[in-house]
Design a protein around this ligand. Structure first.
Ligand code: DGY
Length: 331
């Protein structure tokens, strides 16, 4: 008999057929995230769960399937999975590092360029009929050439973003490596966040942090919304303590507050960092490889390691960097 797998969202057919070749797949095919009760009900009798980052996988879900061997999260972040609960039940948890690094780095640069040069704002001006013609001082933005990019989080994504900085004439610096976080906040022209959400990083960008930034600074977040105290960010933007923000992630997704939605100097994007056909296929494929390996009694390809889980960065066992003393976790 084939092992039973619960899949909480449709995946590309090429990957689906690989999964179906060796497993009995129970697919939740709703347009939105699987409701919590449905997840708890349908997990019964499953040996594997392929979960999305919108699924809360807690002890209750795990206890619904005593034979559960693996939770394969289709995301690099895994704060939606109760790691200690999985560990104490002998359930392997895997994530999808590496395969989305390039997509998120590209996307981060898209946000940096768009907010610095007011691209989405300009689009809105034209659409509402507000453009009266070219003028020397109309909608001036900030040039990136010669400016400092402050990166918080030196994981794969942070490093991939830094690697593209010379193309725009920017110097990239990392917090806790090139300089202290405090110095980075004070001196950077663009600040981009690349840490996972952990107890340590939750609300690390608070009123104090925003108050330290230059008034001309632009803040970019493609990591996790709750790394930022959103009320503090709204305050900093309202008081013009910083010049603007580009946000792909939010504290209470999919809710985005009226204050952020009403501000012109904020660019809002619905969590699209890894959203390319290539990357989403690669993420699903890696999750399936993890499931097939574990169900075959082999080691998972990209397990969330004990050390990674403590740090919250999901670095696979084969790829743990030396790390920097005192550095924030990486994503
Ligand atoms: C992740 O994998 O954690 C990303 O946020 C998905 O876009």
């Amino acid at each position: 008999m084939k092992p039973a797998v619960l899949l909480t969202h449709r995946i590309p057919s090429v990957v689906m057929s690989r999964l179906e070749a060796s497993c009995e797949v129970d697919l939740y095919d709703g347009p939105d995230a699987i409701p919590a009760e449905e997840l708890t009900r349908r997990i019964a009798g499953k040996q594997a769960l392929i979960a999305m980052l919108t699924d809360r996988v807690g002890a209750d879900v795990m206890d619904g399937a005593p034979g559960l061997k693996i939770v394969a999260n289709v995301a690099v972040g895994y704060e939606n999975v109760d790691i200690p609960a999985a560990r104490s039940r002998g359930i392997v948890v895997t994530n999808t590092p590496d395969v989305l690094t390039g997509a998120i780095a590209e996307f981060t640069w898209g946000l940096i360029l768009a907010i610095a040069r007011r691209i989405a704002e300009g689009d809105r001006v034209i659409r509402r009929g507000g453009w009266k013609g070219w003028a020397l001082d109309f909608m001036l933005g900030m040039e990136l050439q010669g400016k400092q990019l402050g990166l918080v989080g030196r994981g794969r994504i942070g490093q991939a973003v830094a690697a593209k900085a010379p193309a725009f004439g920017m110097s990239a610096v990392f917090a806790n490596d090139d300089m202290s976080l405090d110095e980075l906040l004070v001196t950077s022209d663009v600040i981009s966040v690349h840490v996972p959400l952990t107890a340590e990083t939750r609300h690390m960008f608070d009123r104090r942090a925003f108050a330290r930034m230059k008034r001309s600074a632009l803040f970019v977040n493609t990591a996790r919304g709750a790394v930022v105290d959103e009320a503090a960010l709204e305050w900093a933007l309202r008081e013009r303590l910083i010049a603007g923000a580009a946000l792909d992630v939010f504290e209470h997704e999919p809710h985005v507050g009226e204050a952020l939605r009403s501000m012109e100097h904020v660019l809002l994007v619905p969590h699209l960092g890894s959203a390319t056909r290539e990357t989403r296929t690669a993420m699903a494929s890696l999750a399936v490889r993890n499931v097939l390996a574990v169900l075959a009694g082999e080691p998972p390809v990209t397990p969330v390691t004990k050390r990674g889980a403590e740090r919250g960065d999901g670095v696979p066992a084969s790829d743990e960097p030396g790390g920097v003393q005192g550095a924030p976790p990486t994503k």
